[in-house]
Design a protein around this ligand. Structure first.
Ligand code: NDP
Length: 308
């Protein structure tokens, strides 16, 4: 019998208590799932960074920690976590992110605000350009960035993507490295951030890189708040950046008095771009445990040296 410990907050336990057992059965696994196994009996920990297990030292036979979230910046640096760590790549989470990114991209592309907020009797007939005339750049071409790139290509946008290692994705202009970042941002009209938060990505959009964006450009950040220098963003909103749609922030919840809330060129959404969906995530967790038991390589292992 495999022992799996669920270490996450109370509110999400009932959903996983319902979805994990059938997923384990489907994977042919016999798993004793609990929230209070003795540490030295646990084979796998299904974890959220803010879950009850913060000291992983006593979990001496634990083969892997399976993170419930895609982002690992709050768990990967834990010095007691010496076990292999896998991050979450969940089709439901990906679908949600694609929908959110496409929705906010289309809002800016079509200039929907003019009509949503402009019910003033004035007959405005400015036609928006076609998607093919609106270059989009996605920073980060991982599970989420690639899925968003494919969806936006499907709508006709010319998409440039930037990642650490060079990629080849049909229809996407793939760039990498520091020189690639400059090229990816120059002339971009919509920039979408889907990078993990690491030392290398913190403040990747700062005064210098923001200045590369085309006049009237839009920023959409569902990645992590510290990817953008807040003060430099405010400066850029007075210059070349027309609007920033931000889902993530340095401090969450974003304090009620924070200037972003009232800024006319910023849209705040409360970290809802997407989330792990228990029904599909349970299948991903079960597959990784199946792999672990079969001696196969786990999926989506975090590289501690890179931080994601
Ligand atoms: P992945 O790890 O699959 O992809 C990360 C991408 O970023 C990769 O393409 C990687 O390059 C690239 N990257 C990392 N570091 C650098 C760097 N220094 N320079 C250039 N490129 C870099 O992550 P996901 O796509 O699954 O998720 C991305 C992020 O989205 C998460 O880390 C999380 O912060 C955020 N997120 C936000 C949610 C929300 O609701 N707002 C929900 C879920 C996730 P390479 O391919 O070469 O490794």
């Amino acid at each position: 019998m495999i022992r799996a410990l669920f270490s996450a907050g109370d509110p999400i336990w009932p959903e996983y208590q319902t979805t994990l057992p059938p997923a384990f059965a489907k994977a042919g696994l016999s798993v004793d799932l609990s929230r209070d196994h003795a540490p030295d009996t646990v084979d796998y920990i299904i974890a959220a960074p803010n879950g009850p297990v913060q000291d992983f030292t006593p979990f001496t036979r634990c083969k892997a920690v399976l993170n419930l979230w895609a982002g690992v910046e709050d768990i990967a640096p834990n010095p007691t976590l010496t076990q292999p760590l896998a991050r979450m790549v969940d089709p439901g989470l990906t679908d949600g992110m694609v929908e959110w990114v496409v929705g906010h991209t289309m809002r800016h592309h079509l200039g929907l605000d003019v009509h949503v907020h402009g019910q003033d009797g004035q007959w405005r007939t400015d036609y928006p350009p076609l998607a093919s005339q609106r270059p989009v750049t996605i920073l980060g071409l991982g599970a989420l960035g690639t899925a968003c790139a494919r969806a936006l290509i499907g709508l006709g946008f010319p998409v440039t993507g930037w990642s650490r290692s060079q990629k080849a994705i049909d229809g996407v202009t793939c760039l990498s490295g520091n020189g690639g970042l400059r090229a990816a941002l120059t002339d971009a009209q919509i920039v979408i951030l889907l990078l993990p938060l690491t030392n290398a990505t913190t403040n990747i959009l700062d005064r210098q890189t923001l200045a590369l964006l085309a006049p009237g450009s839009f920023i959409i950040n569902p990645g992590r708040g510290p990817l953008i220098d807040d003060d430099d963003l405010l400066t850029a909103l007075d210059a070349n950046v027309a609007h920033a749609t931000l889902d993530v922030f340095r401090v969450e919840p974003l304090p009620a008095q924070h200037p972003f809330w009232a800024h006319p060129k910023i849209t705040v959404t409360p970290h809802i771009a997407s989330t792990t969906r228990p029904e599909t995530a349970a299948l991903c967790i079960a597959e990784n445990i199946r792999r672990g038991e079969a001696g196969e390589a786990l999926l989506h292992l975090v590289d501690r040296t890179k931080g994601y």
